[in-house]
Design a protein around this ligand. Structure first.
Ligand code: HEM
Length: 126
């Protein structure tokens, strides 16, 4: 049998529609978390959702090259205002809860969180 390569995490999550639905639901949780809202005042939520869809599509191996700003640069001002590990962890926990709610299995959810973990250094200016 010909080896066609393993499907990307993006494909296993269900592709474009699934990633979009996950990011929308994820942001509903983020904007309701009082530990995170102080960092989100004045944010254009729809623009942010679109950027996050593009970014996660890329991280999960889907068809997107990020056109956005560097993560370090995008979050530097937030770090100056106190953004830290607790916020990053809460952010990741909301994403994990979102994927479980959407019926993604634990192993795949773990892969998603592992794929995002390397961004911690940049998001938190380390
Ligand atoms: C896994 C962790 C995270 C990832 C992958 C991530 C990803 C991103 C991306 C892709 C952007 C858009 C950059 C651009 O302008 O092109 C962004 C911006 C932003 N993120 Fe995050 N983020 C993370 C954690 C957080 C956390 C914990 C917060 C705090 C609630 C946060 C708040 C923001 C805000 C406020 C902006 C907009 C900054 C601005 O436009 O001035 N992010 N993030």
């Amino acid at each position: 049998m010909k080896e066609t390569g393993a499907p990307s995490l993006y494909d296993r999550l269900g592709g474009e529609a699934a990633v979009e639905a996950a990011v929308v639901l994820f942001y509903e949780k983020v904007v309701e978390d009082p530990t995170l809202t102080p960092f989100l005042s004045g944010l254009d939520l729809q623009a942010q959702i679109d950027k996050q869809i593009a970014f996660m599509t890329m991280v999960f191996g889907g068809p997107s090259q990020t056109s956005g700003r560097d993560l370090r640069e995008a979050h530097a001002g937030l770090v100056a205002r106190g953004l830290g590990d607790a916020h990053f962890d809460a952010f990741a926990a909301h994403l994990g809860a979102t994927l479980r709610e959407l019926g993604v299995d634990d192993a795949t959810t773990g892969e998603v969180l592992a794929a995002l973990e390397p961004t911690r250094r940049d998001v938190l200016s380390r």
